[in-house]
Design a protein around this ligand. Structure first.
Ligand code: PGA
Length: 252
């Protein structure tokens, strides 16, 4: 079954509203998204999300938040809820990004609750998984990532599996300039798909998109995207430059 490719930009803690508007201006000057065959999603910081997604309403770009709180509302100073992200005209949310796992101590049980909250808030979640350098060198990385997938989806409703996207981002490749080789990335994506197949059915596993993330850039995207189980990319650093990001689109 053909899976539509996704190219997503994770801006992390970068870009004011004005910088985001400049980015969009130069991106749209050179690139007609209506011509693109892939889905293109941007994940700006919350402070810019509402303004930018509102400016671009009705256009082909899609928008998402970089995180959400597991509760729907309440006394959680500094947090953002699923309904608030929807309120910004955004449809997507990143969950369990490795920076959330390592810098903010997010564990699989919390991530599972956030996955459930995303669906209950009518958002499409991107579940991020990936091993650390230590885990890769110990040889346990396949088990580590499979466990993150199984635990992250432990409370995920079956009826919502058509909204699920997974991003495999080896922690040692994020922001480091090191990329997994296409073969190593493909092996892990295949393993994730097999894990999904054992959780659900083979045909459901075949329909779920699995993105690669970790120093994706114009020079390495073609060989990664050519792998049969890699359905696009989640891009950090290279997404901050509209021309670099645009160079990742339309790759065949
Ligand atoms: P990077 O980040 O492309 O800068 O490695 C990817 C990510 O963290 O989503």
């Amino acid at each position: 079954m053909a899976r539509k490719r996704i190219v997503a930009g994770n801006w992390k803690m970068n870009m004011t509203i004005e910088e985001g508007r400049n980015w969009l201006r130069s991106f749209s000057r050179h690139h007609d998204l209506a011509q693109q065959v892939e889905e293109v999603i941007l994940f700006p910081p919350f402070t810019a999300l509402a303004a930018l997604a509102n400016d671009e309403r009705g256009k082909a770009l899609q928008w998402g938040g970089q995180n959400l709180h597991e509760a729907v509302a309440g006394a959680y100073t500094g947090e953002i809820s699923g309904p608030m992200i929807r309120d910004c005209h955004a449809d997507w949310v990143l969950i369990g990004h490795s920076e959330r796992r390592t810098l903010f101590q997010e564990q699989d049980d919390l991530i599972a609750r956030k996955m459930r909250r995303a669906i209950n808030s009518d958002l499409q979640p991107v579940l991020c998984v990936g091993e650390t350098l230590e885990e890769r060198e110990s040889g346990q990385f396949m088990e580590v990532v499979a466990r993150q997938v199984v635990r992250g989806l432990s409370d995920f409703p079956q009826h919502a599996l058509d909204r699920l996207v997974i991003a495999y981002e080896p922690v040692w490749a994020i922001g480091t300039g090191k990329t997994a080789s296409p073969q190593d990335a493909q092996d892990m994506h295949y393993h994730i798909r097999k894990t999904l197949s054992s959780l659900y059915t083979e045909s459901i596993a075949e329909s779920i998109r699995i993105l690669y993330g970790g120093s994706v850039k114009p020079e390495n995207a073609a060989s990664l995207f050519a792998c049969p189980d890699i359905d696009g990319g989640l891009v950090g650093g290279a997404s901050l430059d509209p021309d670099h990001f645009a160079a990742l689109l339309g790759i065949r």
